[in-house]
Design a protein around this ligand. Sequence first.
Ligand code: GLN
Length: 539
Amino acid sequence: MGNSTKHIFITGGVTSSLGKGIIAASLAKLLQSRGFSVTIQKFDPYLNIDPGTLNPYEHGECYVTEDGAETDLDLGHYERFLNTPTSQGNNVTTGRIYNNVITKERKGEYLGKTVQVIPHITDEIKRNFYKLGVEGKYDVIITEIGGCVGDIESLPFIEAVRQIRWDLGPNNFLVIHLTLIPYLAAAKELKTKPTQHSVKQLLEAGVQPDILVCRTEHHLPVDVKKKIALFCNVQLNCVIEAMDADTIYDVPLLMKKEKLDERVIAKLKLTGRTNTDLEQWKEFLGRLKNPTQEVKIGLVGKYVSLPDAYKSIIESFIHAGASLECKVNLSLISSEEINPDNVEKKLGELDGILVAPGFGERGLVGKIEAVKFARENKVPFFGICLGMQIAVIEFAKNVLGLADACSTEMRPDTGDPVIFLMEEQKGITQMGGTMRLGAYPCDLIKGTKSAIAYGKGKVSERHRHRYEFNNKYLELFERNGMVAAGKNPDSGLVEIMEVQDHPWFVGTQFHPEYKSTVLSPHPLFIRFVQAAIDKKQQV
Ligand code: GLN
């Protein structure tokens, strides 16, 4: 390796869902706060080329980066913690690795060799491990390996990690293993055996973890730590306790208290600032934990039984709420359960209504009812992507009198296609990676609620859609009080629609939630929460 980038690998054992992404993001935050440039990448063992084609119920939200990559939701955490953008290079799957290798094979690039998992797949994995580091932009790259040690599919990644220790040499390489120390209530005991077994599995693959981060519901007494250190070949001070936290945003401070960053710095011989600067982070936590008011907001969507499907929206409310010292009580409401008879009962108590992004027809009626309720009762409304499209359909039906209006996504034969397929989408047959994806500019129209919220005239926001507002109808909409507040300067595509005679009714074709971070909460979320506060106070 021709540069001095240091690599940290984070593996997981015992069970999934231990929060590797949050530990990775927290460690990165601590290193960043000491002045190191750091990025995080995630390697996922599944065979999909990317999670773009995965049902949110399978995998949670699909997070979209500036460069239009459809990625794992952990990348959202990386951005929210670090306040720096990620890219396609930050998320690689087994599918992508194999796709690259097979494409090279077809081109004859292996010169007649038998193509094998070792060395060809592992070489391709290593090339991707190093990729973000080749320009020397980062002091540290943290690589999260998805899944659990011992899974058949993660074996080639673990093997690549094993090989890398020798490529990189001492002080440039570190493995952190995240594990679980379960508490047996009946025996009143913390059990270390699952951790011993998972470290043994890593050792069998030739990888010795340097640091163990142990998830636990109870403090780890010293004798438990000693036992783990002894059986797992790690120094006592490298057994790090990770207690369950009230909020994921506490984890950087918890890890700092446990000296995770100090251990990493010592082991990698990183030289730089010794003091961390987490003032802004602490201020955020202070506001988050000491709200002076609260509001109730309803998120209407069809994937509500798995909150991870709306991860970025949920986090955006946390950021916006904290900036206003307001606790946002978010209730996830299934659009399929809303109908004209119960809409008042379901939504009547809310201070704000958000209709979520989504695909397909399921829950359409309920979403239209939710929009109608918000519009007619002057409840602050925020529609995102599909939510904006539904708001347009509702306005067309109930204000413009276009009873048949719909999106051609749900009704290809609608007489009034107020939302229709974008020109460049016609003829596309491949599903993966073919939507309008990533960052596009948007010019804001002066005096609109959105322009006031942003406080500027030009913004850039991320997209993930195939359908768009049909500009043929724009004049009719505007004459009747629903106006375009933002447009793409190059194509004229409508990016934001607002109802004028309403305290706050904004629908965006883009996804503002992908850009909200702890240090820069999104202005549209802030103004929406403020509108909810105002409504509550009026009552
Ligand atoms: N299904 C809609 C479209 O493709 C909206 C997509 C979304 O909400 N992300 O345009």
